[in-house]
Design a protein around this ligand. Structure first.
Ligand code: UDP
Length: 400
């Protein structure tokens, strides 16, 4: 199949964990690599923001990343919205020059969806969309988030107007059906994947040495520094742990744009008297993250909302149990209130409930056995996920 993947607002090669680049970039790299490996021809379109960048990069076999020069220069995510027709026109010009035709458009995030919708109308080929997060769900889950009305309106229009929506977990499908009264057949659940060559178990002591975290116990949290990720709740929970215990909370993620949020989280830690216990590591290269997961005794994902939650899979792949709420893929991995070998699901949103689960995990830290990792994660390997996406695309190209 010849497929376009649209990733307009951020490049899949951008640093994950920054303001605009997170799980979607990890997803696009994993998915496109596996689709290319399976013989599909994939062109990923993003915007050229750095003039030094090559226009066309072959990032995996059969996968090209194309940096479109739309003449708009550096713009913030939301500032891109009125320019979607200009971006679509630049893309069409590029395709005309190359004499290239595609069978399907797969848009990622609502802004790409707005560009994909124009291409769908001009080319009359199927348009598949994955929102990654829904603005309305984000606003509802977390009072600190204020996603713009236009995003919410466009997500509704795209949900209705696209040919198919892929979501990575069942709760996301339920949200879409509930919000917009869509037919269940329109929304397919295909999970995100994991690269088990990249994320694997290492010796914990050696990993700790390598990241310079010494001998204390480690509680790890990984993600973009946004209110929806629940770092405030996590810090408050950590503030309730017995202080004589030797542990550190290590928070990975965030770039220059997150500075004011990190300052606020540090203030919370200071109010709770745990400044010395909380370390903000900033962005860590994706291929170095396994050292942190392996160094940790437990990974905590206190997010108020996740459309999938790749961090949980990455941590499990490194043998580190996860504590998380009932968001995204978590209900398929963990059981409420009961610790299983993969970790523990916490329903309540109180610091005390999270402190109890974290305290328990620190008391007797138990890495996940390799047999459990293999059994749980094999269905999430990228080739298996890509095969499901390809099957979905094939159905659409036949139907439409
Ligand atoms: N990540 C990273 N470096 C960091 C922080 C995060 O590579 O410093 C990656 C992380 O490994 C994961 C992604 O960013 O693949 C975050 O994905 P998730 O689904 O948890 O959250 P999202 O960003 O989609 O909200």
């Amino acid at each position: 199949m010849r497929m376009i993947l649209l990733s307009i607002h951020s490049s899949p090669l951008g640093p994950a964990g920054a303001r605009d680049t997170g799980g979607m970039s990890t997803y696009l790299r994993g998915l496109s690599g596996a689709l290319g490996q399976a013989g599909h021809r994939i062109d990923i379109f993003t915007r050229a923001v750095d003039p030094a960048e090559e226009v066309i990069q072959e990032i995996y076999p059969n996968v090209r990343l194309i940096h479109l020069d739309d003449g708009l220069g550096l713009l913030d995510k939301i500032e891109l919205y009125p320019h979607c027709p200009t971006i679509a026109a630049a893309l069409e010009r590029f395709c005309r020059r190359e004499g290239k035709k595609y069978q399907i458009i797969f848009s990622h995030y609502w802004l790409s969806g707005c560009v994909g919708r124009i291409l769908q109308q001009h080319w009359n080929i199927p348009h598949l969309i994955m929102f990654h997060t829904l603005g309305r769900a984000k606003n509802e889950a977390c009072p600190g988030e204020h996603e713009p009305d236009i995003r919410i309106e466009e997500e509704e229009a795209l949900a209705r107007g696209s040919d198919r929506i892929i979501v990575a977990a069942q709760p996301e499908k339920e949200k879409l059906l509930g919000y917009y009264g869509l037919s269940p057949a329109k929304v397919s659940v295909i999970p995100g994947g994991i690269d088990l060559h990249l994320f694997q178990t290492l010796d914990r002591e050696e990993a700790r040495e390598q990241v310079g975290l010494g001998r204390q116990k480690i509680i790890l949290a990984v993600g973009r520094i946004e209110p929806v990720k629940g770092f405030d709740l996590l810090i408050r929970a950590v503030g309730m742990l017995p202080m004589e215990e030797k542990f550190k909370l290590v928070i990975v993620g965030g770039d220059d744009h997150s500075r004011s949020r990190i300052v606020r989280l540090k203030e919370t830690a200071a109010e709770l008297g745990i400044t010395g216990k909380v370390i903000f590591k900033g962005l860590i290269d994706h291929d170095q993250l396994l050292l942190y997961y392996n160094a940790a005794d437990v990974t905590v994902m206190a997010s108020h909302y996740e459309s999938f939650g790749l961090v949980a899979l990455e941590s499990i792949a490194c043998g580190t149990p996860v504590i998380a709420g009932p968001v995204g893929i978590i209900p398929e991995l963990l059981t409420p209130g009961r610790r299983n070998s993969l970790g523990c699901l916490v329903i309540e949103r109180t610091p005390a409930a999270w402190a109890a689960a974290i305290g328990q995990a620190l008391l007797c830290p138990e890495p996940i056995k390799q047999a459990d990792i293999d059994m749980k994660l094999i269905p999430y390997k990228w080739p298996a996920i890509a095969a499901q996406v390809a099957a979905e695309c094939r159905t659409l190209t036949v139907l439409i």
